[in-house]
Design a protein around this ligand. Sequence first.
Ligand SMILES: Cc1cc2nc3c(=O)[nH]c(=O)nc-3n(C[C@H](O)[C@H](O)[C@H](O)COP(=O)(O)OP(=O)(O)OC[C@H]3O[C@@H](n4cnc5c(N)ncnc54)[C@H](O)[C@@H]3O)c2cc1C
Length: 465
Amino acid sequence: MSKTEQFLADLVGIIGPGACVTDEQALEPHVTEWRNVLHGRALAMASPGNTGQVADVVRLCSHAGVAIVPQGGNTGLCGGAIPDESGQQLILSLARMNRIRSIDAEDFSMVAEAGCVLATLQEQARAVDRYFPLSLSAEGSCQIGGNLSTNAGGINVIRYGTARQQVLGLEVVLADGSILDGLRSLHKDTAGYDLKQLFIGSEGTLGIITAATLRLYPLPGDTTTLLVTLPDSGNAVTLLAGMRARLGDRIESFELVSRFALELVERHIGDAGLPCALSGDWFVLAEVAVGEDSEALGQFLEEAIESGQLSDAVVAKNIAEAEALWRMRHAISEAQKYEGPSIKHDISVPVSRMQEFLHRCARSLHEQEPSAKPVIFGHVGDGNLHYNLTVPAELAGDAKRVRRVTSTIYDLVAELGGSFSAEHGVGMTKKAYLRQYRGATDLDLMRRLKRTLDPQGLLNPGKVI
Ligand SMILES: Cc1cc2nc3c(=O)[nH]c(=O)nc-3n(C[C@H](O)[C@H](O)[C@H](O)COP(=O)(O)OP(=O)(O)OC[C@H]3O[C@@H](n4cnc5c(N)ncnc54)[C@H](O)[C@@H]3O)c2cc1C
């Protein structure tokens, strides 16, 4: 028996034959990234059914020197969950670990395994009159383990924070197969270092998240969905500031969307077109928990129109209209995929610099690559924009020009005190930028942490650092 055959036999011994896939065709969706841009090969995919099995698989890999690529819903956009091209790495899928271990409505918390699909967690929280606020367009497929490993953001960060803020406790399998058992539901705990924070956002390079204690909230009550037309993209920030000052902490989402992004949805996604005729180039889609105080919002909108801060506002009259507006927003990424090649950026700048960023970036890119069409949308309340460009195939295929476009955007982001990766992570596609834009001390500390927690370098090698 070869070493590989022995490894696969031992693996089957731990998880059973049905949970170990080696067939190339069956592996195909797991070695290909969502946009079909990145492609790898894998030795096999293992799907353990519980934390003990994850620990045993990790221990086996440590003995055999086999690298592990953890995978959740494989909706990540930086290639973090895709194995390299060697065909020697093991994909560790958490999909079978999809139990909600407990929900405690009184404690406002639930314990969920890493493979739980995000939308299922939202539904299960609602079933006990609680709210789990993490929400993103991929919520029907992405898993909470993936969300935590990327510190996902999404549309509700402005009120509730990122995935990191939703975690009270974490269970993690470490590189040597030991289990960090931190599934506490404490809101206060200053006993030593807060170890769970190391694993959130580390994209599977420091440990395998197997379960989490998640924070729940009261249901937000009646919300109002509105689509606002702006005279200029820059008005989004002043509008948001005014709305916050008037309505306080009740803005759940505040999404900037460009007209071209909506036109792509209209063109490519059958059931998600514009709900009404719209003029203007820039829109904000917002969700506000107005409760019984809807007059304050109405008054604010009237005043904002009078002062020229916004050109028009459409308020969804019922749930169907609200859902149609959100379907349109959520379909943008998919629509852009059908439109053709794209160059994507997930940047953040301080909210107060957003206007400057949008204007300067548009000018520079137009001069540099006039054929690139910006498809801009994002979470403007968090200073986070998906600054995507739909480009002709000849530009997409010219690595030098693509790099120049990206540098133009990232250099401006850096100048304004922002980040080249707001919520999608680094994975394999943005590693070079981490080296370029994070300081030497940061990088040195990251490398030392990696060496301490994963001395053999077997946890998702080649990703992040
Ligand atoms: C249409 C669309 C819209 C999106 N919108 C948003 C958005 O608004 N905000 C946002 O933040 N992201 C967004 N994303 C990106 C993506 O959905 C998120 O990054 C998501 O959190 C990834 O979850 P996943 O389960 O698919 O993880 P995967 O893609 O499977 O993995 C992502 C990373 O986490 C690691 N990983 C996965 N599970 C574990 C685990 N249990 N333990 C350790 N490491 C693990 C993987 O190795 C990889 O590095 C979007 C993606 C798509 C396709």
